[in-house]
Each structure stands twice: as structure tokens, then as C-alpha cells.
Design a protein around this ligand. Structure first.
Ligand code: NAD
Length: 296
């Protein structure tokens, strides 16, 4: 794993919206990706793709590989794959599991302790930047783990994106990721309410965005989500509202556990939960702007 040898193998579980383009960069860097996904369509897609192979089973995904990367929906699925699914038991001592999903930091710490008892190093390395960042190789990767573990994992992570930052010990990456998404989601709902109000007041949304993006109200919502996915009418950022609400709840749990004031965070989460309750479960998160603008 320390040198990106031309035929070096890496296991990869969860080749969805994010996992597929991330794995594509590993192949471009010279790795052979042995993938596993519960989706038959994904397995068929990788079976025919150069640099990929479809693992015959979950427990075979890491055969011949020093590391297995997970890019799964949440901690429930990560635990299911590692424990009930037998992936952790299949990993040899000295190997590594890298959880790049947006998981629960406390459950990640517990999993890392169980892995360590089996001689396996588990680190968290969640990402920010969305599907467009995954494709463009501009994701921010926030790593929770020791310096030594990061040194071992760095060639793989750097192949996915050069923006690799150590967040702290195991679980730290997952904690920062959840808190980041809480902020991002709060910005999205606040800016959507303001921009909808402006439009109803007679202002042109494109003009508002141009002015706001040079002013103090700007955010990832005004700089990226509104211009690229809301005003275009495409609502296809590739991140589901269900996964975003999951992240907000993880961050709220951190705020509550630490006795931090959470009034705005709670209100923002309630707004997203209300939208998620009425939209289809796999609706793109940018749909909240259309939902907020719905009729009375
Ligand atoms: P996704 O639903 O598109 O992909 C998840 C993949 O996991 C799917 O292909 C699914 O079939 C597979 N999967 C589910 N259960 C499985 C199991 N038991 N075994 C094997 N495979 C299984 O989700 P995504 O948008 O790619 O997100 C993945 C993770 O990345 C989530 O934790 C999400 O919060 C996080 N994330 C997403 C984005 C984004 O913009 N989409 C950005 C940053 C982080």
C-alpha cells in the first residue's frame, strides 16, 4: 500500500454515487479495484470495466489487498458489512479498513477497537465536495487515525484526491464531517428561504446570487447549489436528502452530548426532516429549495 504499484489491489465496498468515481481515480492511478456492492447493476458495471473486477463475495473483496475501502450509506450498513457480513473477520492482521462513508464517530471508535483486537487498523476518512468533487478529484478527505496509519493510507487516499487532512484520532474525521454537513444544511435552508423571499419580493434570483456571492451572506449553497442545481431546475447534485438528514442528526447528537447551544441546529434539522418526510426518500437534497417554494 505504500507504493501505488501498477497491479496493486484494493478492495472497495459501496460503489454508488460517490464510490464509483472515487474508485475510478484509484484505477487511473494504477490500482486494481476489486469491488463489491449489493446492487446487481453496479456489479455488472464493474465486471466489464478495465481496472476493476467484481468480487465473488463480500468476504473475498479484500483478497490480495492490503486495504479495503468502504463508501456505504451509514454506520448501520458499515457495521453490517464488517461484522454480520464477515468482512472484518476475513481481513488478515496488518491490513487496513478505511471507512470513507459519513458514519457515526462513536460507532467508528468502537469498530476500530474491535478491528485492533484482530490486528486490523480501521481509520475513518470521510469526504466533502459531493459527486462533482468526486469526479473532479477535488474532494476534501478528513482522516481520523494515527499519523502512522495515515502515512500507510496516504497513497490510496491521495489517488482519490490530493486534499488529505488529518482531523485527529479515529472518529475525528467522522465527527468533523457530520458537523460540516450540519453547517452546510443550515446554510442551504436559510439561503433558500431568503432567496425565495427575494424572488417573491420581485428580485431576480440570478442577480441576487451575483451580489450575495460578493457579500457576507455567501455560502456553498449560494456559490454552488443554487446556481448549479436549483436555478437550472435539475436538482441533481447526487446527494440524497435521507443521507443529509442522517448527518445532521449525528452532528446534533455531538452538540447535545457536549451541552452546546443548538437552537438553530435543531430548527434547521426540523426543517430538513419536514422536507424529507414529504419528498421521496431518494430525492436529491437540493429539492428542499423547490419544496420550500411550494404553494400554501
Ligand atoms: P449511494 O446510495 O449512491 O451509494 C451507496 C452504495 O452502497 C450503493 O451502491 C449501495 O448499493 C451500496 N450498498 C448499500 N448497502 C450495501 C451493503 N450491505 N453491501 C454492499 N454495498 C451496499 O450513496 P452515496 O451518495 O455514494 O454516499 C455514500 C456515503 O458518502 C454516505 O455515507 C454519504 O453520506 C457520503 N457522502 C455522500 C456525498 C454525496 O454528495 N453523494 C458527499 C459526501 C459524502
Amino acid at each position: 500500500m505504500t507504493a501505488a504499484g501498477a497491479s496493486e489491489r484494493v478492495g472497495f465496498v459501496g460503489l454508488g454515487n460517490m464510490g464509483m468515481p472515487m474508485a475510478g481515480h484509484l484505477v487511473a492511478a494504477g490500482y486494481h479495484v476489486q469491488g463489491f456492492d449489493v446492487s446487481a447493476g453496479v456489479m455488472a458495471a464493474i465486471a466489464g470495466r478495465e481496472g476493476f473486477s467484481a468480487a465473488p463475495s463480500l468476504t473475498a473483496v479484500g483478497d490480495g489487498a492490503a486495504a479495503v475501502i468502504l463508501m456505504l450509506p451509514d454506520s448501520n450498513v458499515v457495521e453490517h458489512v464488517l461484522l454480520a457480513g464477515g468482512l472484518l473477520a476475513s481481513r488478515p492482521p496488518g491490513s487496513m479498513v478505511i471507512d470513507m462513508s459519513s458514519s457515526d464517530p462513536l460507532r467508528t471508535r468502537e469498530l476500530a477497537a474491535r478491528a485492533s483486537a484482530a490486528g486490523v487498523t480501521l481509520i475513518d476518512a470521510p469526504v466533502s465536495g459531493g459527486v462533482s468533487g468526486a469526479r473532479a478529484r477535488t474532494l476534501t478527505i478528513m482522516v481520523g487515525g494515527t499519523e502512522e496509519a495515515l502515512t500507510a493510507a496516504r497513497p490510496l487516499l491521495a489517488a482519490i484526491s490530493p486534499r488529505v487532512a488529518r482531523a485527529g484520532d479515529v472518529g475525528a474525521g467522522h465527527a468533523i464531517k457530520a458537523l460540516n454537513n450540519l453547517m452546510s444544511a443550515a446554510h442551504m435552508v436559510a439561503s433558500s428561504e431568503a432567496l425565495i423571499a427575494g424572488r417573491r419580493f420581485g428580485l431576480d434570483p440570478a442577480v441576487m446570487l451575483e451580489i450575495i456571492n460578493g457579500s457576507s451572506g455567501r455560502s456553498g449553497s449560494t456559490e454552488n447549489k443554487w446556481p448549479n442545481y436549483v436555478l437550472t431546475g435539475t436538482y441533481d447534485a447526487g446527494f440524497s436528502i435521507r443521507l443529509l438528514v442522517k448527518d445532521m442528526k449525528l452532528a446534533l447528537a455531538i452538540e447535545h452530548a457536549t451541552g452546546t447551544p443548538a437552537t438553530v441546529s435543531e430548527a434547521a434539522t426540523a426543517a430538513w426532516e419536514a422536507a424529507a418526510g414529504e419528498l421521496p426518500p431518494d430525492a436529491d437534497h437540493t429539492e428542499i429549495a423547490r419544496w420550500l417554494d411550494r404553494g400554501p
